[in-house]
Design a protein around this ligand. Structure first.
Ligand SMILES: Nc1ncnc2c1ncn2[C@@H]1O[C@H](COP(=O)(O)OP(=O)(O)O)[C@@H](O)[C@H]1O
Ligand SMILES: [Mg+2]
Length: 221
């Protein structure tokens, strides 16, 4: 089982949107997915409850509800139960438990809006990520559609500090889908929003596959 964690400095970065869209895309690609919502606001949990109300059987993605200090044991249990992918949503990085949880991740995604205000907030979370020593990548979110000066300016700044995944733009399909516990890839599979999610999922899955190959080589040698 791989653990992907979404972390951010500021609320509203688009973290929960990224988590649920990636989880649904991964499940559609045949993975057994489980979410963990460590944000006390419970936005992911609320969406998942809307999604699974009245649903029979084990939903995919599922939801696990450990506290931050239960995370190591909870991940062991989920791994043993045959999950392929655990995606963890987190509160803004002021929460003291975040560093410890980051060390459990195979990949940390850092969603950020491409505005100066948001980019200025990144060094604090980057310090935590670099301390955790886990692979990470930025995901620029809520980019205005079309040619965007904001995106053009943000990407080189971010690229100096780490890898940059494909962006998600401002698309009404994201909040509309979320209202009914769905994802943009489900309510509008041919939309630009869906294509953007697929591109991020492709980036993430390629990264996790690379990790698997590296581990396999390490076991052989
Ligand atoms: N790419 C996007 N396009 C349109 N609305 C978005 C997008 N990403 C997030 N939102 C909306 O912005 C708000 C904050 O997003 P959310 O994913 O909850 O951020 P966070 O979890 O980082 O606080 C939500 O209302 C969400 O629906
Ligand atoms: Mg959130």
């Amino acid at each position: 089982m791989r653990v992907v964690m979404v972390a951010k400095q500021k609320g509203g970065a688009g973290a929960t949107t990224l988590v649920r869209e990636l989880g649904v895309a991964a499940a559609a690609a045949g993975k057994c997915v489980v979410f963990v919502d460590l944000d006390p606001q419970g936005t992911l949990r609320g969406w998942w409850n809307r999604r699974t109300e009245g649903v029979q059987g084990d939903p995919n993605p599922g939801l696990a509800t450990p506290t931050p200090d239960q995370m190591p044991a909870a991940l062991d249990q989920l791994r043993a139960s045959g999950m392929d992918l655990c995606i963890v949503d987190t509160p803004p990085s002021v929460h003291p438990f975040l560093g410890a949880v980051m060390r459990l991740a195979d990949l940390i995604l850092l969603p950020t809006r491409p505005t100066t205000d948001d980019l200025d907030a990144l060094p604090a979370i980057l310090d935590l990520v670099e301390e955790a020593g886990r692979p990470f990548a930025f995901v620029v979110t809520q980019v205005p559609p079309g040619r965007s000066r904001l995106l053009d300016d943000a990407v080189p700044v971010l690229a100096q500090r780490g890898r940059v995944a494909p962006p998600l733009r401002i698309r009404i399909d994201f909040p509309v889908a979320a209202a009914t516990g769905s994802a943009a890839t489900e309510i509008a599979p041919k939309s630009k929003a869906a294509a953007e999610v697929e591109a991020v999922w492709h980036f993430v899955s390629a990264d996790l596959a690379k990790l698997a190959r590296k581990r396999a080589r390490a076991m052989v040698s």
